[in-house]
Design a protein around this ligand. Structure first.
Ligand code: HEM
Length: 302
């Protein structure tokens, strides 16, 4: 899975940013095309708007052939990207099958990686509905605590006008946790928008602004373009840090409790759909590049 971002500051830069984003999305088609692409956006802590295309391939070799395509290399490697206005990033993760898991509240409509996996078999996932089940769903975690990196590399001297490649981070833990309220109606819709979403927003703000204190190096709360769907995407020092936040931090507990209350009131008949995908990637399963981005972007070391 690959997150391709375009970062821009202010309305004057919007048109070139949108044009670059269209170009990126078009390049995801063609030979060795991505099997699925989501388009999303968010405003970051520096006040920059960011457009993100999230692309999935079901085979790293296929992705490799795509990334070596002349037009892809030509556009991403060009020095013109350093000076044509917006910032750009590529955050690519190539987890082996033993290093990821995905979980859905309902199996009728897959999202993200499950789309290129060809759907979900309800018999596949037996470990759920208890804290610690995320770890139990990751095969590589069965015999290995998947501890994270103790230190981060030194920050780069300058990031604007530069191409910064960040070395892969030992056992980086990644979560994309999504919400789709498009099919909700009446009481459920009101409860989601009035009671759950503001609490989710507060939790996302905590991770975005204060997450580093508990091992969350980056968090983005993104909204799909033209769809009633959102997701949090966060990068953690370790699976253990992510787990600790979910299981015991007031912000996720508030989200979790609010959801259970809502589900109870609706007799667990929900049209709200939730899913997540979690990866713990080895350093050689990552490619992280920031081109003309400000220094608080993604995994640029601070
Ligand atoms: C409306 C939003 C959300 C709701 C209703 C929600 C609810 C839940 C529920 C019910 C579980 C237990 C799943 C199971 O094992 O059966 C769970 C687990 C978890 N959630 Fe959330 N969540 C939300 C958003 C998020 C976000 C945005 C993140 C992170 C960015 C997150 C991180 C986690 C993690 C890491 C676990 C796994 C804990 C473990 O098994 O150790 N959640 N959440």
């Amino acid at each position: 899975m690959a997150y391709f971002g375009v970062q821009y500051d202010g309305p004057a830069m919007r048109a070139p940013a949108e044009a670059a984003f269209d170009r990126i999305c078009t390049m995801l088609g063609g030979d060795h095309a991505a099997g699925h692409v989501d388009r999303a956006g968010f405003r970051d802590t520096a006040g920059c708007d960011t457009l993100v295309a999230i692309a999935y391939w079901n085979d790293p070799a296929l992705f490799d052939r795509w990334r070596q395509r002349a037009d892809v290399v030509g556009w991403w490697e060009s020095d013109a990207r350093l000076a044509d206005g917006p910032g750009y990033f590529r955050e690519v993760f190539l987890p082996s099958n033993d290093r990821f898991e995905t979980l859905f509240s309902s199996l009728d409509q897959p999202e993200g990686v499950a789309i290129v996996m060809g759907g979900l078999d309800p018999e596949d996932v037996q470990e759920h509905s208890y804290w610690g089940s995320m770890r139990d769903r990751i095969p590589a975690a069965q015999g290995d605590p998947l501890a994270g990196a103790l230190t981060r590399p030194a920050p780069p001297a300058e990031t604007l006008g530069r191409r910064v490649r960040v070395e892969g981070i030992h056992n980086l833990a990644v979560i994309r946790s999504g919400q789709d309220w498009g099919a909700t109606r009446d009481a459920e819709r009101a409860m989601y928008l009035n009671d759950i979403e503001p609490v989710l927003d507060a939790g996302m703000r905590f991770l975005t602004t204060e997450g580093a204190s508990i091992g969350c190096w980056s968090n983005r709360y993104m909204r799909h373009r033209d769809q009633e769907k959102s997701f949090g995407l966060s990068y953690w020092r370790s699976l253990g840090d992510m787990e600790a936040w979910a299981e015991s931090h007031a912000t996720h507990i508030a989200i979790f409790d609010g959801f259970l209350q809502m589900a109870g009131k609706l007799n667990f008949q929900l049209d709200l759909r939730l899913y997540h995908e979690v990866l713990v990637v080895r350093s050689d399963q990552q490619f992280l590049e920031y081109i003309n981005c400000h220094r608080k972007t993604g995994l640029i070391p601070e």
